[in-house]
Design a protein around this ligand. Structure first.
Ligand SMILES: Nc1ncnc2c1ncn2[C@@H]1O[C@H](COP(=O)(O)OP(=O)(O)OP(=O)(O)O)[C@@H](O)[C@H]1O
Length: 197
């Protein structure tokens, strides 16, 4: 098992978002986290990633390192895609431009590697973030709305990437308001005022 959450309960701003939520993620899992706006998906993903250590009930045990991509772009506009990808706050570093350029090619950004990211479109900036899915060797991916601003072909390619990762023993938990392809066979984790998926 890569991650286990037991009896999670979260309150924010004086409101109970959910309670009694238990689930686990194992190698090969692709789990689609769903819930209406404000349900607590971002809050939950941040807790699972260890970015929010307080303000919840229950227990999270993460058995492996994770790659967390947040809802908002982490791309710095003054830096090029190459420069943005050379390091990650988790401590991962990729000093080799060849490896970075391969990842940029995978997300359709080769040719833009030295352009200041501020000059890229919203979807292209999101693709810089998503290039980390081709760089990181972390087994557990926690992805908050990875399809935001991504075109139809890009969403299909991302889902293929999830399948590749799962087939190599990784696990993916992603939030999205968008349906996933049937081929992905994602398990659904719905948060809507408590319960177990
Ligand atoms: N630091 C905070 N202080 C007060 N309220 C907060 C805080 N963080 C989150 N909330 C509230 O918790 C609720 C859940 O927020 P969250 O961002 O997790 O929702 P979400 O399910 O990701 O929504 P969306 O689909 O709109 O992205 C919201 O009502 C939000 O206002």
């Amino acid at each position: 098992m890569l991650l286990e959450a037991v009896d999670l309960g979260i309150e924010r701003g004086g409101r109970d978002l959910f309670s009694g939520l238990s689930f686990s993620l194992s190698a090969g899992d692709i789990v689609h986290l769903r819930g209406e706006n404000g349900a607590g998906k971002t809050t939950l993903l941040r807790i699972l990633a260890g970015l929010s250590r307080y303000g919840f009930e229950g227990h999270v045990s993460r058995e492996t390192a994770c790659l967390y991509l947040g809802h908002h772009s982490a791309v710095k506009g003054l830096l090029s895609p190459r420069e943005n990808l050379r390091w990650h706050p988790s401590g991962e570093a990729f000093p080799d431009d060849t490896v970075i350029d391969e990842a940029l090619t995978e997300v359709g950004l080769y040719g833009y590697e030295d352009v200041p990211a501020a000059q890229l479109s919203a979807g292209q900036q999101r693709r810089v973030d998503l290039a980390r899915l081709y760089l990181s060797d972390k087994p557990l991916w926690l992805l908050d709305e990875p399809f935001t601003a991504i075109d139809v072909a890009g969403v299909a390619r991302l889902q293929q990437r999830f399948l590749e990762h799962a087939s190599r023993g990784g696990a993916v938990l992603l939030s999205s308001h968008q349906a996933l392809d049937a081929e992905v066979k994602a398990r659904v984790l719905e948060i809507s005022g408590g319960g177990t998926p």
